[in-house]
Design a protein around this ligand. Structure first.
Ligand SMILES: *Cc1c(COP(=O)(O)O)cnc(C)c1O
Length: 230
């Protein structure tokens, strides 16, 4: 079943790329395996997907330790400063940097371990109360501050769009994030790249691709619905 669902997602990604004149090589699918068992991760790995996303530090570390094959782990959930030390040397990309304090902690832990950590700045484009991330008008200033820190490297922006019935309703959100990335790119801040845009989930990844997503984070469409009560 996972095989068919994964193939369907990949097909829809390819079609969205086609529609928007983009190369499928420019869009990376992150399989969001949160709450799902190791056996599901292994099955999707065997099908050729190497990028996995988790939103909790403990779960990411558990899976990291049990999966033997090389996997690129993405931290996509809210990150508390006191938990940074558990993941800095285990993840390919932290998508959820939303404060200078968090960036400073990542930088400090990265220096200790002699690694360089790639991050995205999480933007709450729609300014939803329930979501983490900074406002659009705070992005430039945070990016400038983080760019001066050692061993942390900004690669782009991330957003979690509102939950909507019609994915078209999120097009403007994705477009705003893309525009913000272009604005920052034009500032030529040293040590800052705006190449990556992490946006789009099960409900809206096709619209996100049409608006420039380079990472889509898809859970439900690949693994099925999540049960949080187990
Ligand atoms: C859970 C989660 C996803 C995947 O959500 P689906 O709707 O299941 O595709 C993507 N991004 C983040 C940050 C998440 O927490």
């Amino acid at each position: 079943m996972l095989k068919e669902q994964l193939e369907d997602v990949k097909k829809r990604i390819a079609e969205a790329c086609e529609r928007s004149g983009r190369s499928i090589d420019d869009v990376t699918l992150i399989a969001v395996s949160k709450t799902k068992p190791l056996s599901d991760v292994e099955e999707v790995l065997d099908l050729g997907t190497k990028e996995f996303g988790e939103n909790k530090v403990q779960e990411l570390v558990d899976k990291y330790e049990h999966i033997k094959e090389p996997v690129n782990w993405h931290m996509i959930g809210h990150l508390q400063t006191n938990k940074v030390k558990y993941i800095v040397d285990k993840v390919k990309l932290i998508h959820s940097v939303d404060s200078l304090k968090l960036a400073e902690t990542i930088s400090k832990e990265a220096v200790k371990r002699d690694v360089s950590v790639d991050v995205l700045i999480e933007v709450n484009v729609a300014e939803e109360e329930s979501k983490f991330g900074i406002k659009l008008d705070e992005v430039v200033s945070l990016v400038k501050s983080v760019s001066a820190l050692p061993n942390i490297c900004i690669k782009g922006l991330m957003t979690i769009a509102p939950f909507v019935d019609d994915p078209e309703d999120n097009r403007e959100v994705f477009r705003s994030l893309h525009d913000m990335a272009s604005e920052i790119e034009a500032l030529n801040i040293p040590n800052v790249s705006m190449k990556e845009l992490s946006m789009g989930m099960t409900n809206d990844f096709e619209v996100a691709i049409e608006e420039g997503a380079t990472y889509v984070r898809v859970g439900t469409a690949i693994f099925g619905t999540r049960n949080y009560n187990i």
